[in-house]
Each structure stands twice: as C-alpha cells, then as structure tokens.
Design a protein around this ligand. Sequence first.
Ligand SMILES: [Zn+2]
Length: 304
Amino acid sequence: MPRIALAALAVATVAVAIPANAQQNIDFSKVEIKTINLGHNTYRLEGQGGNITVAVGSDGIIMVDGQFAPLHDKIKAAIAAISPLPIKYLINTHFHGDHTGGNEAFQKDGAIVVAQDNIRVRLAAGTTNGISGAKTPPAPVGALPKQTYIGGSITLEVGGRKAELTHVNNAHTDGDTWIYFADANVLCTGDTMNNTKRYQTIDYANGGDIRGMIRATDTYLKVANDDTKVMTGHGPLASKADIAEFNAMLKVARERIGKLFDEGKSEAEVIAARPLKDLDAKWAATDEAAINFLKMAYNSFKRS
Ligand SMILES: [Zn+2]
C-alpha cells in the first residue's frame, strides 16, 4: 500500500512539473468542466488548462480562453447549459496551448477569436520553450485569431455586455491581453499572474519579462477593489489581496535578480547564489521549479 501511494505521489509531482501547455499525459476523457456563477450573467469554467470566463449578453456570448482542443465539446456543452445564445467572441489572453487549443473548433462553430497580434504571429510560426526546448508546431490556419489589435485597449460588445481588452507589453509572453468586465467587476488576467501561490512561468523565449508582469499587476491593483473577482489563468478565483501578494513577490525577485544581473553575474552564478531562498519555501513546489524561476527572471533582463 505505501509503495502504491508513493508511486501515485511521484506521478502527481511529475504532472506538476510538465509545462502547462503540454498536452501529453492528460486524459481528456476524465476531465469534467465545472461551472461557477460569478453573478451578473458571468461565469467561471474550470477544466484542464487555463480557467475560462463566460459573459452572457442579450444576443450573444463572450468567452475568455478556450483550453485544449479535445475539451471543445465538453466546454461547448457547459456553455450551452448556461445559455442557448451563440458564442460571438473567444478572446485569447496569450498563445499557450492550454488557452488557445479550442480556437479552431470554436471558430468553426462561428465564434471570432480576438487577440493581440503577436498571438497570431506565434501560433502561425510555431514556438520553442526556453526552459525545456520543447517545440510547438505551427497551428492550422483555422486556429489563428480572425481579429487582432496591436496595443492599447479595445472594447468588444455583445447585447449590453462590454469586455475591455488591454495589451500589456512583454509580461508572461509578448502577446498578453487582460480583460475587464466592468458591469460584473470581473478582471481576467490570463497568465500575467496566477493564484496557485507558486512562481509563475515567464516565457522569456517568447517575449516574457518579469518587469512586464510587475507592470501588469501594478495596473490590476489600480483597477481592482475589494469586491473584484479576479480570474487568473490558473488557481482558484482570486481577490485584490492575492494580486498584492503576488505583486510583492515579483518585486522582491526583480530587485534581487536584477541587481545580480547588473553586477554582471552569469545565469549559473545567480543560480548558485540562490537569491530567493527565503521565498522558495513558499513559492516553489520543487527545487527544479525554484531554479527555473531564477532562470526565467534572469533571462528577462537580457531584453534590456
Ligand atoms: Zn501561459
């Protein structure tokens, strides 16, 4: 019995270490979509991959992120159980596959995928993960966003519901969008922050930068109040206090790692110095995760 329990634990640990956008080892047939009512005709869907937000207007639906392609039918059924209206827009918070995997199937159903333009470019070209070296092949044409914007903010509207989309430069990736539904006081951050109480991936090989994640979370602290429902890409529903906690951690990391970078320390020297040791106890699930976060934060500064 203990042997079996240990084996199960080892499998669980391995699963956590796999990048969130890796599809392998996920048994999609076992994934269930859970719907949580956030009030004001706005819903949170949890499945496998990035959390989904659904806003229902009088003549259509806006959804934020679409998880993995094999979950399309289940997600579609969960949304149909909320409302019979058509999904007009599917917003991508960034290009990672656990957020954009549903693009092709939802666009085939008639939705328009909306995203910052770098998502279209990266999905079309394919990408490489800086830490693992894993390659994601180019996405099919039907998966590319049909409507893109470059910078600043745009507003999408369906039957009285407005989503305000804002691009933040170089944060989790170089194509992040955060979304605010003012009428429901729901803020969707994508992966510019998480609420797992763990370090977050900074996809530095694809334009990510810890300083952009700080800029993003500084902005969220201004937009949010104590009643704001914060939809992070991963982790349970968050509050303004969770943003503040995550933002404070990032600022400590930026200061300490940035100082070592400015002193000319190499990546290997920064890893050997372990400048975030006090934070690792809380924020790193494993030693490997602690080292990866150091690498990702360090490489941010190479963008200068
Ligand atoms: Zn991501």
